[in-house]
Design a protein around this ligand. Structure first.
Ligand code: F6R
Length: 653
């Protein structure tokens, strides 16, 4: 939720803005260019309003001031406004793209918010839980509020605290300079705040300085040459630097063009962990596709291949050194609980089938938002696997904390370096899907399944549940998957046509069994979030226990048919399920393996996927469902990458 960017560096570097058709270097100089570039890359975090604040003036004795522009609507509206009224060049800027919580998406509620004296601007991600009390106190003192946001209290509190700290600069025991005064003000205010927040602030009297703070909400630092950056995640600055610092919980950071200083909220110095970002900027561009989602769907073979890369030794055995978890912990694990949300939870659901089969350890899959409220039974022998693309979903963060407090070990499967979940977990296994910009998750899902499978095989290898050659066989199967996924991608025309035909459908059902069940749930989720269509996924065996009543003439039903090689006549049972709904008037769209002719009698349309081992099937069967949802949304004229009401990184509970 909400994208946050900060820049401190030269006012002009001669490089031009990457923003096509607007807000070029004539407006706001390098600071604005850097911040808008970051916001464009972070727009997936929230897109109902956007704004920037720059500290401008001061050269040749001109008066310094704060220049703020903000607009409700997409980032493009802000860029139009900046084009119409260019801002002076600046070396200090902050920018924000909002996902509204307190107060609707209006110009007034857009960030930045300014202090009463107009000298400080602040942007915020998260929720200030005690804002109502703070606001009432401020109002009682005569402070007037210009917005309905919780954020505005921080602008007023910081404005006052900064004025006081700036007045103490140079005094005995006072801050050493204006930048330190602003940092001190931030620390004072943060100690008063409750809830989740990332805050960035600039002040007219602290030119060249951006101060940030974080509690339960993400913030990373980008280290450039002669310029430094702050961002909600590394995507904010990957066009400029890949060198980054992780910030911990309850820390304040002050950046200038050539310095980064981090402290706790109490002022104790902190040495942050440095890391190098392995995403490149091109990966976060559309690369000729109409939608990021389309591009990301097409990147799935690479996402799987990259997640497998470097995880076997010369003998072909699986090595997961990066886990850095005591193998004794993994050996004694007697239960695994997967915690995740949305698509990531479905990846965990798929993994359950494989991990239980390979390791003989019971696996529970729990929605992270429900986990801690049911008082789960956790012991030091429980391994909690937290799956998250962003590494920031607050529901998962809170579940991770709960699990650790209860003595369980937590292993994070995550796609985003420098994010909170792997940092707070006991161990981390990264997926290498690259930046996922479209709000709907696609390539991360395939990469998560791949990483979960690696973990499952590693456990089986370590605990002796599988022989080395069995592990190698499955690894070979996994290594063959990028090609199989590519085959599906090469055949999407039929599903695209179907989507255009079904554009007016009122409801679509998805049926699957075994690993096909979470795929059915994922297919339905994609369609809901992108095409705003009623869609439900069911375990095909549950059909007769109720959902079949939904079926009426013409009802589109996707049926994910398992391989004819599956155990326990699963294939025949799902084919029967397809027949049952078809007999009641459903239009069945059957996803089946090449050569599986047994489905022909129960299908109105067969979408073919290559023949792969049963446990690998989700990696291919989900792809037509992703394409279908994208294409229905596109045919309806909807914004595929930024569906209504959603944000990619859900950093509030
Ligand atoms: C659906 C989708 C969401 C996310 C969920 C978890 O397309 O993107 O359901 O999967 O919000 O997000 P992460 O994986 O970032 O924790």
């Amino acid at each position: 939720m909400c994208g946050i960017v900060g820049y401190a560096g030269p006012a002009s570097t001669g490089r031009s803005s990457v923003l096509e058709g607007g807000a070029g270097p004539d407006s706001g100089g390098e600071a604005l260019a850097a911040v808008l570039e970051g916001l464009r890359r972070l727009e997936y975090r929230g897109y109902d309003s956007a704004g920037v604040a720059l500290v401008t003036g001061g050269e040749d004795g001109s008066e310094r001031s704060l220049s703020t522009t903000k607009r409700a609507g997409r980032l493009a509206r802000l860029v139009e406004a900046l084009d119409a009224e260019p801002l002076p060049a600046s070396s200090t800027a902050i920018g924000h793209t909002r996902w509204a919580t307190h107060g609707g998406p209006t110009d007034a509620n857009a960030h930045p918010h300014t202090s009463a004296d107009g000298r400080l601007a602040v942007i915020h991600n998260g929720i200030i839980e005690n804002y109502a009390t703070l606001k009432a106190d401020l109002q009682a003192e005569g402070v007037e509020f210009a917005s309905q946001t919780d954020t505005e209290v921080t602008a007023h509190l910081l404005g006052r605290a900064a004025a006081a700290a700036l007045a103490e600069v140079g005094a005995d025991g006072g801050p050493a300079d204006a930048g330190e005064a602003l940092a001190e003000a931030m620390r004072r205010v943060c100690r008063e705040l409750e809830g989740a927040f990332t805050l960035l602030a600039v002040h007219v009297d602290a030119p060249g300085v951006v101060v940030g703070a974080r509690r339960n909400s993400p913030l990373v630092v980008g280290l450039g040459e002669g310029a430094n950056y702050l961002g909600s995640d590394v995507a904010a600055f990957i066009g400029r630097t890949r060198s980054a610092l992780e910030l911990g919980q309850d820390q304040v950071v002050r950046i200038t063009a050539d310095d980064v200083v981090v402290t706790t909220f109490d002022g104790a110095p902190v040495t942050p962990r440095a890391f190098s970002v392995d995403w490149d900027a091109a990966a976060a561009e559309k690369g000729g596709y109409d939608w990021y989602m389309d591009k990301e769907i097409h990147e799935q073979p690479k996402a799987v291949a990259d997640t497998l890369l470097g995880r076997t030794d010369a003998s072909g055995a699986l090595v997961l050194d990066e886990l850095r978890m005591d193998t004794a912990v993994l050996r004694r694990t007697d239960k695994i609980i997967v915690i995740a949300c949305g698509t990531s939870a479905y990846a965990g659901h798929v993994a359950k089938y494989a991990v239980e089969h390979w390791c003989r350890i019971p696996v529970e899959v729990e929605l992270a938002s429900e986990f801690r409220y049911r008082d789960p039974v956790l012991t030091e022998r429980t391994l909690v696997v937290a799956i998250s693309q962003s590494g920031e979903s607050m529901d998962v963060v809170m579940a991770v904390r709960h699990a650790r407090e209860q003595g369980a070990k937590v292993l994070a499967i995550c796609n985003t370096q420098g994010s909170t979940i792997p940092r707070e977990a006991d161990a981390a296994l990264y997926t290498h899907a690259g930046p996922e910009v479209a709000v709907a998750s696609t390539k991360a899902f395939l990469a998560q399944i791949t990483a979960c499978y690696l973990l499952g095989l590693f456990l089986a290898q370590l605990r002796g549940n599988m022989f080395a050659d069995e592990v190698r066989t499955v690894l070979r199967q996994l290594h063959a998957m990028p090609e199989a996924v590519q085959t599906v991608l090469d055949r999407t025309e039929e599903v695209r046509e179907l989507a255009r035909e079904l554009v007016d459908a009122k409801s679509v059902l998805f049926l699957g069994r075994h690993v096909g069940f979470p795929v059915a749930l994922e297919g339905a989720l994609k369609l809901k979030e992108l095409a705003y269509l009623h869609a439900e996924g069911f375990a095909a065996g549950e059909l007769k226990h109720g959902p079949i009543a939904l079926v009426e003439e013409g009802q589109p039903v996707f049926v994910i048919v398992p391989s004819p090689d599956s155990r326990d006549s699963l294939h025949a049972k799902v084919v029967s399920n397809a027949q049952e709904v078809r007999a009641r008037g459903a239009r069945t769209i059957v996803i089946a393996e090449d050569g599986d002719d047994a489905v022909l009698g129960s299908a109105d349309l067969v979408i073919r996927v290559p023949r792969v081992p049963t446990l690998m099937a989700p990696l291919v069967t989900v792809v037509p469902l992703q394409v279908f949802a994208m294409e229905v949304a596109s045919a309806k004229g909807l914004d595929v990458d930024q569906p209504r009401n959603l944000a990619k990184s859900v950093t509030v509970e």
